[in-house]
Design a protein around this ligand. Structure first.
Ligand SMILES: *Cc1c(COP(=O)(O)O)cnc(C)c1O
Length: 390
C-alpha cells in the first residue's frame, strides 16, 4: 500500500466548532433555560442584523425541512396546488410539498450551474402552479433575477431553499434579502454554519412571519419567547391551528450565535480551498465547478467536479479509489427522478431530465470544510490524479 493508508481519514465534511460555541452551550446548560428562550431570540436578531436589510423577520426553527414546510404552509399551499422545484436536490426540498397534500413538479437543471433551469420552470407552469422553490446548488445562487420576474408575471410565490447559501449573493445582494416570499437556511451538521440541527426562515412579509411563528409551536397564538419567559402570568394561551413542534432550542442557538459571527471567515476559507482545488486539479479529465457571477459571493458549501468523457474510470470507481486512499467523497444528489417514491408517484423517466441525469452520472463532491489545509487539498488532488490518469 502507498503511504496514503497511514494518513488519517480525510472526511468529506467536518463542523468547525470553536471554544466560544462550547462556552455558550455550557452557559446555556447552567442557565436553567435549555429550550426556546433568550438565546434563540438573540440568534434571530443577530441573523436579521447579519442580512442587514431593515424589515426582515428571521424565525429560528429546528431544521430547514421544518422551515420549508412552514413557509409553504403559511403561503396557503394545499391539495390541488402544484409547486415547481428542481430534480437535482435533497428530498427535503420536495417532501414538504407532499406534507401539505400539494403536488411536486420536478424540472431539469442548467447544465453549467446545476441550479434550476428557469426556462424549464416556465414550460412547467399550469393553471394549478402556486409556487417555485429554487435551490442555490452548492452555494451558487440560482438565476434569481429571471426567476423572480417569471414568478411575478404568473403570480407565483417563491420560497428559496437556501440550505447551501450562507453567505451567497445574487446581483450583489445576500441570499435572504431578495424579493422572494421566504428564504430558508439550514444549520445541519455539514452546512456552512451549524447548530447540529437547525434552520432559519427569513421573510419581509409580516403576515407570513406571524403564521410561521404560530405554526412552529403547536399553533399557539403567542410568541414562543413570550410563552416561556413573560413576567406576567403565562399559563393562558390559545390554540388557533393544529401546529407543529418545530422550535429551535437555546442549546442549538448558543452554537448558532457564534457560528454566525464566523460565517464570513468560513466563506473565505472555503473560497480559498475552492481556488486551491481549481489549480491543483487543472489538466485532469474533470469539469470543475463554475465560480459565481463576477462581483457575487459563492458560499462554496460544495465543491462538485464532473468526470469528463476522457476519464478512463467511472464515477463510482473514482469514489472507491479515493476512499481507498483515505478520502471521503459524496454525491449531491441522486436526483429525485431516480428515487423510487418520486419516480413512481409521478411516473418520471430519466430522459425528462437529461442535464441532471448526465451530471449525476459523472459528479463527485470532494472534501470541503473550513479547516481543510492546503496540504489536504493537494492530497485529494494527488489521489484524484492517481485515480484518473495514474
Ligand atoms: C440540508 C438540506 C436541506 C434540509 O436541511 P435540514 O436542516 O437538514 O432539514 C434542504 N435542502 C437542501 C438542498 C439541503 O442540502
Amino acid at each position: 500500500m502507498s503511504t496514503d493508508s497511514v494518513q488519517p481519514f480525510l472526511p468529506f465534511a467536518l463542523p468547525d466548532i470553536g471554544e466560544a460555541e462550547i462556552a455558550e452551550v455550557v452557559d446555556t446548560l447552567r442557565s436553567g433555560w435549555v429550550t426556546t428562550g433568550p438565546k434563540t431570540r438573540r440568534f434571530e436578531e443577530d441573523f436579521a442584523a447579519y442580512l442587514g436589510t431593515p424589515g426582515l423577520h428571521a424565525l429560528a426553527v429546528n431544521s430547514a425541512t421544518a422551515g420549508l414546510h412552514l413557509a409553504l404552509e403559511a403561503l396557503g399551499i394545499g391539495p390541488g396546488d402544484e409547486v415547481i422545484t428542481t430534480t437535482h436536490t435533497f428530498t427535503a426540498t420536495a417532501e414538504v410539498v407532499r406534507y401539505l397534500g400539494a403536488d411536486v413538479v420536478l424540472v431539469d437543471i442548467d447544465p453549467t450551474t446545476l441550479c434550476i433551469d428557469v426556462d424549464a420552470v416556465e414550460r412547467a407552469i399550469t393553471p394549478r402552479t402556486k409556487a417555485v422553490v429554487p435551490v442555490h446548488y452548492g452555494g451558487l445562487a440560482a438565476e434569481m433575477g429571471r426567476l423572480l420576474s417569471l414568478a411575478r408575471k404568473h403570480g407565483l410565490r417563491v420560497v428559496e431553499d437556501a440550505a447551501h447559501a450562507l453567505p451567497s449573493t445574487s446581483g450583489g445582494r445576500l441570499i435572504g434579502t431578495l424579493d422572494s416570499d421566504a428564504t430558508v437556511f439550514s444549520f445541519y451538521a455539514n452546512k456552512t454554519i451549524t447548530t447540529g440541527e437547525g434552520g432559519m426562515v427569513v421573510t419581509r412579509d409580516d403576515a407570513l412571519a406571524r403564521r410561521v411563528k404560530v405554526m412552529r409551536l403547536h399553533g399557539i397564538s403567542r410568541d414562543a419567547f413570550d410563552r416561556f419567559t413573560a413576567k406576567v402570568p403565562s399559563w393562558y394561551y390559545e390554540i388557533v391551528a393544529p401546529g407543529f413542534k418545530y422550535n429551535l432550542t437555546d442549546i442549538a442557538s448558543a452554537l448558532g450565535i457564534h457560528q454566525l459571527r464566523r460565517a464570513n471567515e468560513f466563506q473565505r476559507c472555503r473560497q480559498a480551498i475552492a481556488h486551491a482545488y481549481d489549480q491543483a486539479l487543472a489538466g485532469l479529465p474533470l469539469l470543475r465547478p463554475p465560480g459565481p457571477v463576477v462581483g457575487d459571493l459563492h458560499s462554496w458549501h460544495l465543491y462538485v467536479v464532473r468526470l469528463t468523457d476522457e476519464a478512463r474510470i467511472s464515477r463510482d470507481s473514482f469514489i472507491e479509489k479515493l476512499f481507498a486512499a483515505g478520502i471521503g467523497c459524496s454525491v449531491h444528489y441522486i436526483p429525485l427522478h431516480l428515487q423510487p417514491y418520486w419516480r413512481d408517484r409521478y411516473g418520471l423517466r430519466a430522459e425528462q431530465f437529461p442535464h441532471s441525469q448526465h451530471a449525476y452520472e459523472r459528479m463527485v463532491s470532494l472534501p470541503m470544510y473550513s479547516r481543510m489545509t492546503e496540504a489536504d487539498v493537494l492530497r485529494v488532488a494527488a489521489a484524484a490524479r492517481e485515480a484518473l490518469v495514474g
